[in-house]
Design a protein around this ligand. Structure first.
Ligand code: NAI
Ligand SMILES: N[C@@H](CC=O)C(=O)O
Ligand code: NA
Length: 817
């Protein structure tokens, strides 16, 4: 036979009771032995009863609540019972409501609520729901018996949390069942009775306990807990959207997981079932076809590294330290006995092997009392300075990864701490028992949601890892990146297990945020209709405040302003991807600071597109350097704009029009003077030289300009274009000269002997840079290893598509870390 327990939501309305009946009909059809059905009070009723009792004790009226209670039960009776059966049900229920009213009246008169009376008040919840459901069930099943559990579950008189007399209880339950083998028993959950026939209650999770007691007494084949969620999940689904239901768990794992937070079952109540190895199945009344979770002792081997992550979102820690406890046997015994005497529950303990300090966690409401009693107990040690004063830290949380598979598996704690560290979550204390199925860490409460999501992503790699991107700049590159992300998101999920959510966007006018991800179909409308005006400081503050896991800041601007915040962003453990070259080509000190700060905080700083757009130039150089090679010389064409101009400034073409075309094609910087003046090229050479190990400054780069004086001095972009027309002869002369000699114009950068030069050259067909087209860049690295023939990278080095793709590639590389 099976025990089926239905929780408050499962008996909370006429509709859910109808579902309950369907579930029961299936059970009766498929199983020869009649089930035992344990019921909770209708959802919310226990709390309502408790508050009515409190109100009465405080002299407040309770009639309205009583009427509400009656209404809820009567409404169900009217909806589900045939008219001729309604009156007997109303009468039975009314008797109870009258008793309840009398009881509350007594409390009101005496202004006193004892634990005993409170238990009695609360018992009306289960009694009424069970009477009601059993009456309805009697219309559908032949033999139905209402059982008041107070008659068979016998306890001591510790009202509120009574202790069960197991032997007697089992005997009474067995006898009851023997005598009613052909009947479906409908049993009140949560309540019991003492020897004197008074009602007691079983404490937290009491109805589950009732089910476990019946299951154990009757050696049930299975105990089903019908609730309103799809079984036990890998984490609290309110905080971790990707949490999923577990199909199987061991008892130990269930205990560990649901100890914190998870309200599905309260594991101590399962002990009777656990001792008899009875499987417990958690099912969802509102989705009965879903398999749910089975808790059993003989679970199949699982491929999951952990079963789940549990958490408590509000705890305090107390830290006691001093020489007085070093090597002193009995010290912790004294401390913890004291706390036990005071009924202060210790949630977690850690002690370093130096024995110089003990840290333990308690609930916030116990904190002050714990401090007081410890200071009293250890007064002498404190006076003699053998102990320091107790340090209390509040607003903390516990996160624990749980699973028996962690046993003997190296790398589990590494994975946990990597995920926490990379997301800037500081670990205040750690506890792992030698059983190895639980690693608990204490962190700041405000980091809990971020930490849970990051750790969930790290362990459940079969799910997608979510990156949260905050993007600055919606121009050429920014908007192309959004289009690429949007078009490629399904592929990314499927092949790389990565999901990119754009959680914030700003341009110079507006900014918008959404922690669930801004739609990349409608981002333009979202930003336009956003109530927030752009404010870079605010944007960054909000990004930090949202505290999302796997967070990255993407700078797609050409502005010096975001650069000022990079260091601060790294310090908040947020990675940076940038196509903006201004940061890395500022002072050498600033360049170093970015690199060092990112490394110190365990986050990434990726800037592949700073040189040659999407071409793999920065990464190639990084690989050379990291593998111990040494750069002897770099020769390169790194201005896509100038490359395009020289490749198209031929025959009758005029210089002005070719520059305009380069801008229209998206090759130029927002201000094309940056390209033509050689400044953009200078920035790239400086970044390369620095990455190659040279501590250079801008002043160390020698630039030969391609522009005449008038164009160089132009005060605006418009004036600049005007000078390109007036100075046409200057450009035509250059072109004619090259063409006459059978050569082409090339703007070439060189790094050699610690010196960087950028010069305008005319090269013939024997030169390796002769054959270029479009916006091609080319770079040749001569190194200790690539000495005879240099390593060459060549291809289009400007344009929105290739640049955005380079930023995208940085993002994917980041996702892999
Ligand atoms: N075009 C290309 O081929 C390549 C461009 N890049 C770099 O890409 C970056 C962006 O270039 P484009 O998209 O062409 O520029 P753009 O002028 O089209 O767009 C810049 C965007 O940044 C925004 N912005 C500027 N200052 C801002 C601030 N303080 N706060 C918020 N938003 C701000 C603007 O509103 C605009 O949306 C530049 O740094 C450029 O050097 C890098 C490699 C290749
Ligand atoms: N404006 C740049 C674009 C790449 O950084 C260029 O022309 O090379
Ligand atoms: Na590149």
């Amino acid at each position: 036979m099976k025990v089926l327990k239905f929780g408050g939501t499962s008996v909370g309305s006429a509709a859910s009771i109808q579902t309950l009946l369907t579930i029961l009909k299936d059970e009766v059809k498929n199983e020869a032995a009649k089930p035992v059905v344990v019921l909770s009070a209708m959802g919310g009723v226990t709390n309502l009863l408790a508050s009515m009792a409190e109100d009465a004790a405080n002299g407040k009226e309770f009639t309205a609540q009583l009427a509400e209670l009656e209404r809820r039960h009567f409404e169900v009776v009217k909806a589900l019972l045939d008219v001729q059966n309604q009156n007997p049900a109303f009468t039975r229920l009314k008797i109870h409501f009258n008793q309840l009213e009398e009881l509350l009246q007594g409390i009101l008169t005496l202004r006193e609520l004892t634990p005993k009376t409170r238990d009695q008040v609360l018992s009306f919840g289960e009694r009424c729901s069970t009477i009601m459901v059993s009456k309805i069930a009697a219309q559908h099943f032949k033999d139905v018996l209402y059982v008041d559990a107070a008659e068979v579950i016998k306890t001591d008189s510790a009202f509120g949390n009574a202790k069960v007399n197991t032997e007697l209880t089992e005997l009474l339950i067995k006898t009851l069942q023997q005598e009613n083998k052909d009947k479906i028993l409908f049993v009140t959950g949560f309540i019991a009775g003492n020897d004197a026939g008074q009602t007691t209650t079983l404490g937290r999770g009491g109805s589950d306990y009732t089910a476990a007691i019946f299951g154990a007494a009757l050696n049930a084949k299975e105990i089903q807990i019908w609730t309103d969620v799809n079984g036990m999940m890998t984490a609290d689904p309110r905080m971790v959207k990707k949490a999923f239901s577990l199909t199987e768990l061991t008892y130990t794992e269930a205990m560990e997981l649901s100890y914190f937070g998870a309200k599905v079952i309260y594991p101590p109540t399962m002990i009777p079932a656990f001792l008899k190895k009875i499987p417990i199945v958690i099912k969802n009344t509102f989705e009965p076809e879903f398999v749910g979770t089975v808790i059993r002792h003989d679970c199949k081997a699982s491929t999951l590294p952990i079963k789940g992550i549990s958490s408590i979102n509000n705890i305090s820690i107390l830290n006691l330290e001093g020489s007085g406890m070093v090597g002193k046997s009995g010290f912790s015994g004294r401390l913890f006995s004291l706390l036990a005497r005071e009924q202060i529950n210790i949630i977690l303990i850690t002690q370093s092997s130096s024995e110089h300090s003990i840290t333990f966690a308690v609930s916030p409401q116990d904190t002050e009392r714990a401090k007081q009693v410890i200071e009293q107990e250890f007064e002498l040690e404190l006076l003699a300075k053998k102990l320091e004063h107790l340090v209390i830290e509040k607003n903390l949380a516990i996160l624990a990864v749980v699973g028996e598979n962690m046993k003997q598996t190296p790398g589990m704690s590494g994975k946990l701490f990597h995920a926490l560290g990379r997301n800037g979550v500081n670990v205040r204390a750690i506890a792992q028992g030698s059983s190895e199925y639980n690693i608990s860490v204490i962190i700041s409460a405000q980091d809990l949601s971020k930490a849970l999501n990051a750790v969930h992503d790290a362990f459940f790699v079969q799910l997608t890892k979510t990156l949260h991107a905050f993007c600055l700049g919606t121009g050429n590159i920014g908007k192309t990146l959004f289009a690429q992300l949007n078009a490629h998101s399904d592929y990314l999920k499927e092949h790389n297990g990565i999901q990119v959510k754009v959680a914030g966007i700003s341009n110079t006018r507006k900014m918008t945020f959404n922690s669930d991800g801004i739609s990349l179909d409608t981002w333009q409308d979202d930003i336009e209709s956003s109530p927030y005006s752009a404010d870079l400081k605010e944007f960054i503050a909000k990004m930090k405040d949202m505290n999302l896991p796997n967070c990255v800041f993407i700078d797609n601007t050409a502005s010096p302003k975001p650069i000022e915040f990079y260091e601060d962003i790294f310090k908040a453990n947020i990675s940076v991807i940038t196509c903006n070259k201004i940061g890395n080509s500022g002072s050498y000190k600033q360049y170093r600071t970015f690199k060092d700060t990112a490394r110190r905080h365990g986050v990434d700083f990726f800037y592949e597109t700073n040189v040659g757009a999407g071409l793999p130039i920065i990464n190639t150089l990084k690989n050379l350097m990291n593998s111990g090679d040494r750069v002897q010389r770099i020769e390169a064409i790194l201005s896509g704009t100038i490359s395009f101009i020289f490749n198209n400034f031929k025959g009758d073409a005029n210089f002005h029009d070719v520059v305009k075309e380069a801008q229209e094609k998206g090759y130029t910087e927002p201000d094309p003077r940056d390209d033509l003046s050689g400044k953009d090229f200078m920035r790239k050479m400086l970044i390369l030289a620095r990455d190659a190990g040279y501590a250079m400054e801008e002043a160390d780069v020698e630039i030969q300009s391609v522009l005449p004086k008038a164009s160089l001095e132009a005060k605006s972009v418009e004036d600049f274009y005007a000078t390109l027309k007036t100075e046409d002869a200057h450009f035509a002369k250059l072109k004619d000269q090259a063409e006459k000699d059978g050569k082409v114009l090339r703007y070439i950068g060189k790094l050699e002997d610690g010196k960087v030069t950028i010069t305008l050259q005319m090269v013939d067909e024997n030169h390796p840079f002769y054959m270029l087209s479009g916006s091609d860049n080319i770079i040749s690295f001569t190194t200790d290893r690539y000495k005879e023939r240099p390593l060459v990278v060549k291809g289009p080095g400007a344009g929105a598509e290739v640049t955005a793709a380079g930023v995208f590639a940085d993002l994917i590389n980041l996702g892999a870390n």
